[in-house]
Design a protein around this ligand. Structure first.
Ligand SMILES: *[C@@H]1O[C@H](CO)[C@@H](O)[C@H](O)[C@H]1NC(C)=O
Ligand SMILES: *[C@@H]1O[C@H](CO)[C@@H](O)[C@H](O)[C@H]1NC(C)=O
Ligand SMILES: *[C@@H]1O[C@H](CO)[C@@H](O)[C@H](O)[C@H]1NC(C)=O
Ligand SMILES: *[C@@H]1O[C@H](CO)[C@@H](O)[C@H](O)[C@H]1NC(C)=O
Ligand SMILES: *[C@@H]1O[C@H](CO)[C@@H](O)[C@H](O)[C@H]1NC(C)=O
Length: 582
């Protein structure tokens, strides 16, 4: 009865005026490409996820930086899921504050994550507007399958400040991969088998030179270019996870045909195993073949010889929710089954996420890195312009970072083209500086040296204090693939990412064979071993469509740069460093 009275009173006197609320996230305008359809109907229910504050995220960060830095006494002593949870779970005070808030407002919740740090609440739009000083509207976007409900501003009731870090979905406007993609994503010059498997006497066959129109990258090219071993891995307990979003479905038949074409030495029945979460599926048949998923699994399987690839189909589009779903899924995977490497070839503009959710997702990768997983993302295919691949963005000299590439706890892979000594940064390689994450200690020296070379009258606007990316780069153009039963070529940092992930998994195999821990969170170790990389010193990442002469962008230099990071990974040098420092 008391509750009814309270509810009744709150209708007369909106709670927003009765409570002290503190701004959590705000946007000054509806993001580009979105259009409001008007206020969301007040009686309709919305389900909101609450990211409860971890009890000691600074402790986890300090721990991860120590166990991932060479010469630390605890180097590569990765944590168990339970140890990570001891940092990541909310404090009893936060749980009590949240419970008290719920009971005051007659709300119920369900815990939706193994670490206990995400809770979900379903409530009417009117109540959500009032409790969180929000103004939920319906928004459409040409790349979205259906309208989404968002608000341009969200606040926390004062009693939740410090206990809730993010409310989702509120101000996050992530869109799926743009419909306009690189030309290499559409079928071009279908390859004949005989030409593709041509093998030369040279260390790297000239047919691997993707800077000439007939050049095609195969697993053999990558093996020759970067010294990647051909012999199968021998150790158990090592696997690569390839998440698939946006109904990107990977095909067993395409993998088999790809292996027959370019890796006939690998048993022809080799394929990925399937896992699903959030309603993901993976239908088989030519009509269901999708280029991104096929390329990702073909290149983890085709490079990481003998190492299992797990394709994780995540339901829904590649939105912010899908990334959270992937992290909570992995939190629940037991230590002895956790893949050692994750390869994700998807990138969005950082600003689409908003600071609170991007930070939260990035901390999720931090936690996976602390468990010994190498979390690897592509840097995107729009140079310095976020995920804006098209010509329209060429005129905009306010650079934008991509996410999750900009997270300091992932290893970000950019793209190159051409053969050494002429291997250069490809013009669309995603690279730049985060507005949300400051430069982590492991890269400050390299990034400062790069920034010193950026002239004072530089034409682009970017954040000099941000985390710089990518971290590494390798070939990103004209990869041989098989999609829907057809040999084809494809490219982008989408291609370089699974190839690099495959190399890391092979290094893990060598470490496991010597009874040593896997590589886990890579970056402090990579930056401490800059000399192992092949330096890439030319290139300008103005984008695929933009005139390189007139479009401001970064330039590759000797040393780290915001196009190719430390440079190209050289397997044998990395292996020596890995064995020496473990
Ligand atoms: C693949 O075929 C080989 C025999 O050629 C067999 O030993 C192996 O078990 C098969 N693997 C799978 C995954 O079916
Ligand atoms: C993300 O997309 C899926 C479907 O594609 C949808 O069910 C989910 O509500 C979306 N998340 C948000 C926050 O819009
Ligand atoms: C240019 O890009 C920035 C960063 O993405 C964005 O905030 C701004 O709206 C863009 N300007 C134009 C005119 O598109
Ligand atoms: C620049 O990056 C830092 C993080 O390094 C951030 O705190 C700051 O808000 C960013 N500036 C802008 C204008 O976004
Ligand atoms: C960017 O590089 C690709 C691959 O070499 C090339 O096809 C394209 O024409 C280049 N774009 C511009 C604007 O030069």
């Amino acid at each position: 009865m008391a509750l009814r009275v309270l509810t009744f009173c709150s209708l007369l006197l909106p709670l927003a005026t009765a409570f002290h609320q503190v701004l959590l996230e705000q946007r000054s305008a509806v993001p580009q490409g979105f259009r409001s359809l008007g206020p969301a109907p007040s009686a309709v229910d919305v389900t909101l996820r609450f990211g409860l504050a971890p009890n000691n995220i600074e402790g986890l960060q300090a721990k991860l930086l120590s166990i991932s830095t060479p010469n630390d006494e605890n180097f590569r002593k990765w944590l168990s899921a339970d140890e990570v949870k001891s940092y990541a779970q909310p404090s009893s005070q936060s749980l009590a504050a949240f419970e008290s808030f719920l009971s005051t407002h007659g709300l119920t919740t369900s815990n939706i994550s193994p670490n206990g740090d995400w809770a979900s609440i379903t409530l009417p739009i009117a109540q959500a507007n009032s409790l969180f000083a929000a103004n939920f509207h319906s928004f459409t976007h040409p790349d979205l399958p259906a309208p989404i409900i968002r608000t341009l501003s969200v606040s926390l009731p004062a009693e939740l400040v410090g206990h809730v870090e993010v409310i989702h979905p509120t101000t996050q406007f992530a869109v799926p991969k743009p419909k306009q993609r690189l030309p290499s994503f559409v079928p071009v010059n279908k390859q004949s088998q005989s030409r593709v498997i041509k093998r030369g006497a040279q260390a790297v066959d000239p047919s691997c030179d993707a800077s000439i129109p007939t050049g095609v990258i195969t697993p053999k090219c990558l093996q020759d270019l970067y010294g990647i071993p051909i012999a199968p891995a021998t150790q158990q307990g090592n696997s690569i996870l390839v998440p698939g979003y946006e109904d990107q479905w990977a095909q067993d038949a395409d993998v088999a045909q790809f292996l027959a074409l370019v890796r006939p030495d690998i048993p022809s029945n080799t394929t990925f195993t399937l896992q699903t979460t959030a309603g993901g599926t993976n239908p088989q048949g030519p009509d269901f073949a999708r280029g991104e998923a096929d390329m990702d699994v073909e290149y983890t399987i085709g490079i990481a010889t003998g190492i299992p690839t797990i394709f994780l189909s995540v339901g829904g589009i590649f939105n912010d929710t899908a990334l959270v779903d992937t992290i909570t899924f992995l939190e629940g995977v037991p230590d002895n089954k956790l893949p050692t490497v994750m390869s994700t070839s998807y990138a969005q503009s950082e600003t689409d996420f908003g600071r609170s959710l991007a930070t939260r997702i990035c901390n999720g990768y931090m936690a996976l890195g602390a468990r010994g997983m190498s979390v690897i993302f592509g840097s995107g295919d729009a140079g310095v312009r976020g995920n804006h691949v098209g010509r329209a963005a060429c005129a905009n000299n306010t650079f934008e970072a991509t996410f999750p590439a900009s997270c300091p706890f992932v290893t970000t892979v950019g793209g190159t083209i051409g053969l050494p000594p002429n291997e250069k940064a490809i013009n669309f390689t995603g690279g730049g500086f985060s507005n949300y994450f400051s430069a982590p200690s492991y890269q400050t020296a390299q990034v400062a040296a790069f920034l010193d070379t950026v002239p004072a009258d530089f034409g682009g606007t970017f954040n000099r204090s941000g985390r710089g990316y990518p971290d590494v780069a390798l070939q990103a153009w004209n990869y041989q693939v098989v999609v829907a039963g057809e040999p084809d070529t494809s490219g982008g940092t989408s291609a370089s990412t699974p190839a690099f992930a495959g190399m890391i998994a092979l290094l893990n195999d060598q470490l496991l064979a010597k009874g040593k821990p896997v590589l886990g969170f890579l970056n402090p170790w990579l930056y401490a071993n800059q000399k192992t990389f092949g330096d890439v010193t030319t290139g300008h990442n103005s984008g695929f469509f933009c005139d390189p002469e007139t479009t401001p962008a970064f330039d590759a230099i000797a040393g780290w740069d915001a196009l190719t990071g430390l440079g190209t990974p050289q397997y044998n040098s990395l292996l020596s460093a890995a064995l020496a420092q473990s």
